[in-house]
Design a protein around this ligand. Structure first.
Ligand code: PHE
Length: 402
């Protein structure tokens, strides 16, 4: 019976002479014994020289090799397996069943074959082991020529880019940048800006006050605008003053497409001995043209802020429909909603009352201030319709502004 149980039904098998006795094989002298042993040995030598694939092929062709999933152990089992290996069969069928006259020869041949097979199988085992170790070593070796891990380099957030753009425009006309605290006292956020405690304008800025322990020297709040830095700057330096103040500001607004409880402003302040309303409008016009392009027009409308007098609201002619209110393909311009003008920011000449808080002589100095909302400006310029995307840090958005 062939050993290859699985394949035997479908594959032709090669005769295994060790399944028969020597008599059955027609062997009856020392010469014949030697030939049979040589035949078995030659078959072994062919098989032991095969690599794993070779053995697998053999397993398919010669079903008697068995079907162990590991080719080497399948081979080993076929030859030296204790129950039905070739050596066992030779002992059982050839040695034990040989006539007494041949016992000596068969025994000698058997011993030689056994030594040969066992030593060759041991060599093969070592070869396989070394090969496995070698390939593991190759796998583990560090290849210094491989490129390193490339960590993606980030880019500036769009808000920071717009800050930069605006800062550059004001640098070019002699302004410098100062920054200030986001936690303020009511004095800097309101009082020194000519907004006394019960002034109704405080209601416009729903304010975050910090929870402080009882007996704190002063209440603290998250600044509602960058204007406190007007005061801090003038306290620190004498005129001339030309500064811009980029920064975060906070108001108790519910988040929606155009509102956020945190947003960004750039404050501007210029104070000197001879600054006029013309310097003011000229500066603003220069900025707007630099930012939106030379063809836009500006206009201002009267407004009200306690710390500027007169106060104005600056508008820019809609840069998207060239101030016509009509979209390029006809129909109403979606940016200005057909108004042809877009409201930009609040500004004005510094109210003389403010100079009183910083010991400037209101009779000798004059100046202007403005507060630009950065988020709105960025949304306008880059066609963004939801302010929330600035704060969500979704890289799919951020990557659009590398
Ligand atoms: N601080 C004002 C605001 O946030 C803007 C402003 C700044 C107005 C400077 C005039 C002068 O609404």
């Amino acid at each position: 019976m062939p050993f290859g149980v699985i394949y035997s039904a479908i594959m032709p098998t090669v005769d295994n002479p060790t399944e028969k006795t020597l008599a059955e094989l027609g062997v009856n002298d020392a010469q014949g014994v030697a030939e049979k042993f040589a035949e078995v040995r030659a078959r072994f030598d062919r098989q032991v020289a095969l690599d794993a694939d070779g053995i697998r092929n053999l397993m398919l062709q010669e079903a008697w090799l068995g079907s162990d999933s590991d080719p080497a152990s399948s081979l080993r089992n076929f030859w030296v397996g204790r129950k039905a290996g070739v050596l066992t069969l030779v002992t059982e069928n050839w040695l034990k069943k040989s006539p007494p006259s041949l016992k000596g020869v068969v025994g000698k041949q058997f011993n030689e074959l056994k030594t040969h097979i066992e030593s060759k199988l041991e060599e093969q085992r070592k070869r396989i082991e070394e090969k496995t170790e070698a390939s593991a070593a190759t796998r583990d070796r560090i290849d210094l020529s491989l490129p390193g891990v490339l960590r993606p380099v980030g880019s500036h957030h769009l808000i920071r880019q717009v800050f930069q753009e605006i800062e550059d425009i004001f640098f070019s006309i002699g302004f410098s940048v100062v920054e200030g605290p986001e936690i303020e006292t009511p004095y800097y956020n309101f009082e020194a800006l000519n907004i006394p405690e019960f002034h109704p304008v405080r209601d416009d800025m729903d304010t975050f006050y910090l929870e402080l322990s009882k007996g704190a020297a002063t209440p603290l709040l998250l600044r509602t605008h960058t204007s406190p830095m007007q005061i801090r700057t003038m306290e620190k330096q004498k005129p001339p003053v030309r500064v811009i103040v980029p920064g975060k500001v906070y108001r108790r607004d519910n988040p929606d497409a155009t509102h956020s409880f945190a947003f960004h402003q750039i404050e501007g302040l210029a104070v000197d001995t001879d600054i006029t309303f013309c310097d003011f409008t000229g500066t603003i016009e220069y900025f707007v043209k630099q930012f939106f392009g030379p063809s836009v027009k500006t206009r201002f409308r009267p407004s009200y802020f306690p710390f500027t007098e007169p106060s104005v609201e600056f508008d820019v002619s809609c840069p998207f429909c060239a101030g016509t209110g009509t979209a390029a393909g006809g129909g109403t311009c979606s940016k200005c909603k057909g108004a042809a003008w877009i409201e930009l920011f609040g500004a004005g000449m510094v109210d003389p009352a403010v100079y009183g808080f910083v010991n400037y002589d209101a009779k000798k100095v004059s100046g202007f201030a403005f507060g630009i909302g950065i988020d709105r400006l960025a949304m306008l310029k880059y066609g963004i319709d939801d302010i929330q995307v600035f704060f969500q840090n979704d890289v799919r958005f951020l990557r659009q502004f590398p």
